[in-house]
Design a protein around this ligand. Structure first.
Ligand code: SF4
Ligand code: SF4
Length: 401
């Protein structure tokens, strides 16, 4: 990455029937020239799904196990040794017991068994260098990722309250263990720096192949608080940014509005003009035009890192607010908060907003959907002005006059 192959394959896949998923994955890879172009027989390959939380597959928070089974089986048939591994979202202790729970609940244990693959239960991590990194030169990554000869990322198409969309480029964040994830929000509190870090991590890990589960995506306040939404597609590519450009279109985004893609373009890590050659289905036939975006997405349209607007942006950005009815005091949000600004008091989470950097790790990690994202009074005022401005810019010059 950047890859000299900007092609993205797009294949229709209506549901998670095993034969249908296996055929779609195989066709998506064949449309790019076949597995031999990316992976050699005999290699030890990490299959890296998105396993944000230990929740059941039909919640659409995680990559579906049928996708992972299909990819792992294809690699086994190719003569590879396959390990399936990821680490859960920020603040989750990175231990063998937690990994077992994560793999069992998300269906990865069954996927590994069905495909004859190994589960990554090694809860150690290693340092990898990133000499080309813009903001980070060294990462601590989970050992199965550091030791693999090749990496195949199997991402999930979801909205995201911080980065608007999570797909291929962001999926690699899961190779950072435990507290490493929230620590990056603390070290890089502005969105621009965070996106640069994601691009650096892709440079460090250099996955050989990207496959995306967009059979069922997540709309609304993803990556965990949204709702499942059918897209009906499987995508594959060598380049994660190219794949995300096509996936963004299927989810009703303009690629240039997405901060990670915009940063990639600014760094010369995206296809020229964000133009991608799609092979297979015509994207228009699978685009979900009314895909609901996150309530925070409008914030990113104000521009990544707009320094003069710093204070206004902070007021405008949605704040995490605890629902006392739904909070059970488990403390997961407090452990995930890079600013240590959440405490559990009398069985309920309490947030001190003064130090909050709006990274939304707490929202992402709460399994009870007890962290809501709301605007302050000042933020609502700014939102009204911005929404009025955006509505006007959508009008033709005649309509505006
Ligand atoms: S807000 Fe969610 S994660 Fe935080 S303590 Fe309450 S239930 Fe647990
Ligand atoms: S309280 Fe603020 S800083 Fe802490 S995790 Fe939530 S959004 Fe991030």
């Amino acid at each position: 990455m950047p890859s000299d192959d900007d092609r993205v394959s797009l294949v229709r896949c209506e549901d998670y029937a095993p034969e249908q998923v296996a055929a779609a994955v195989r066709r998506a890879v064949d449309l790019l020239g076949g597995l031999d172009r990316f992976i050699s027989p005999g290699q030890r390959v990490l299959v890296k799904p998105n396993l944000l939380q230990p929740v059941a597959p039909d919640e659409c928070v995680t990559t579906h196990p049928e996708m992972v089974t299909a990819v792992a089986r294809m690699l086994r048939d190719h003569g590879c040794e396959v390990v399936i591994a990821d680490s859960a979202g920020g603040g989750t202790p990175y231990t063998e017991a937690r990994l077992r729970k994560l793999y069992d609940i998300t269906g990865m244990s069954g996927a590994a068994e069905a495909a004859g693959a190994e589960l990554g239960l090694d809860a150690t991590y290693r340092e990898v260098a990133c000499p080309e990194g813009r903001v980070i030169k060294r990462f601590q990554v989970i050992t199965p990722a550091a030791e693999a000869d090749a990496i195949v990322v199997v991402s999930k198409a979801k909205t995201h309250v911080l980065t608007a969309m999570t797909g291929a480029t962001k999926c690699i964040f899961g190779v950072l263990p435990g507290m490493e994830k929230p620590s990056f929000h603390g070290r890089l509190p502005d969105l621009e720096g965070f996106c640069d870090m994601l691009l650096d991590l892709n440079l460090a890990m250099r996955p050989e192949l990207q496959i995306m589960d967009a059979v069922m995506g997540m709309e609304g306040d993803g990556p965990s608080g949204g709702e499942p939404r059918r897209i009906g597609a499987v995508l594959a590519a060598a380049d994660p940014v190219a794949l995300d450009i096509v996936a963004a279109g299927l989810m009703g985004f303009r690629a240039e509005d997405l901060p990670t893609i915009r940063r990639a373009a600014e760094r010369g890590m995206a296809p020229d003009g964000l133009r991608v050659k799609v092979v297979g289905e015509e994207p228009g036939s699978l685009t979900v035009t009314d895909f609901k975006h996150s309530s925070s997405t409008a914030a990113s349209k104000l521009g990544v890192g707009a320094p003069v607007l710093g204070r206004l942006l902070r007021a405008y950005a949605l704040r995490p607010v605890v629902s006392k009815e739904r909070c059970n005091g488990c403390g997961r949000c407090a452990r995930s908060c890079p600013r240590e600004t959440i405490r559990v008091v009398r069985g309920k989470a309490r947030i001190s907003h003064g130090r909050c950097i709006r990274c939304y790790c707490c929202h992402e990690m709460c399994e009870n959907r007890a962290i809501e994202l709301r605007r302050s009074t000042g933020g609502r005022f700014i939102a009204r002005i911005m929404e009025g401005r955006n509505a006007r810019s959508d009008l033709s010059p005649d309509e505006q006059s």
